[in-house]
Design a protein around this ligand. Structure first.
Ligand code: NSP
Length: 222
């Protein structure tokens, strides 16, 4: 039997992974038909989401057992704080929403559910539990953005969400995603079947919460 890897997790949770990666929010993003209000609602909640995910990566630093692991988690934290949050602030400024107004937005239930699930999983589990809970986020968006850009209906010159896709398909984000894939593949290679089953449950739940996050954007849900 081949060694377990990140791909083993996506295969074990194929329904949840597909429902997340091929959600209608993503499909509408790719063909440019996503209503602007849905994207705005999503992106404002994502600003709040990223603040909590920064906390989760800070927890990964705390739970690390070596300097190499600490540096890897710090790199992911910096990708969120320096690359992703910058894109969100830029979009919101163009819509006339200042950064301090974003921080005081009320959190939608989907934002609270997902972020607190990941933080709780990391607090009660070990570093691998935490990384698996974070994987649909960091790896999923890199995969989704490449898929969006490869769609025949995607036209970067007219699609209103092209800069969103470009950031996640771009070099900095893809580098962070690949570093996470390498780390996960290395750690998953030697685990037992029982541990794999535990981690697959975490991965499935985090993927389901990602799909709920897209749905929150579509429904403009509070
Ligand atoms: C909900 C969500 N999931 C993932 C990502 C990509 N880090 C994000 N910005 N937002």
């Amino acid at each position: 039997m081949p060694q377990p890897s990140f791909q083993t997790l996506t295969q074990a949770c194929s329904a949840e992974w597909r429902a997340y990666c091929q959600h209608s929010f993503v499909q509408q993003l790719a063909d440019g038909s996503l209503p602007k209000e849905s994207f705005q609602h999503y992106l404002k909640q994502d600003y709040l989401f990223l603040i909590h995910f920064s906390r989760a990566w800070a927890l990964a630093i705390y739970k690390s057992r070596s300097l190499a692991e600490m540096r890897a988690a710090l790199d992911s934290l910096k990708t969120i704080m320096d690359v992703e949050l910058g894109l969100h602030v830029g979009y919101c400024q163009a819509w006339g929403i200042a950064e301090d107004a974003l921080e005081t937005l009320p959190e939608a239930r989907a934002t609270t559910a997902y972020t607190r699930y990941v933080l709780d999983t990391g607090l009660r589990g070990d570093l691998l539990d935490l990384h698996v809970a974070l994987a649909p986020c960091i790896i999923g968006y890199g995969v989704i953005a490449k898929w969006v850009e490869a769609q025949p209906g995607f036209d970067a010159s007219s699609n209103p969400y092209a800069s969103w896709a470009a950031m996640y398909a771009g070099e900095d984000y893809q580098k962070a995603m690949n570093a996470e894939l390498t780390w996960l593949d290395g750690r998953l290679a030697h685990i037992s079947d029982q541990r794999l089953a535990e981690l697959a449950r975490i991965f499935a739940e985090a993927s389901r919460l990602e799909a709920d996050f897209w749905q929150m954007g579509l429904d403009l849900a509070a």
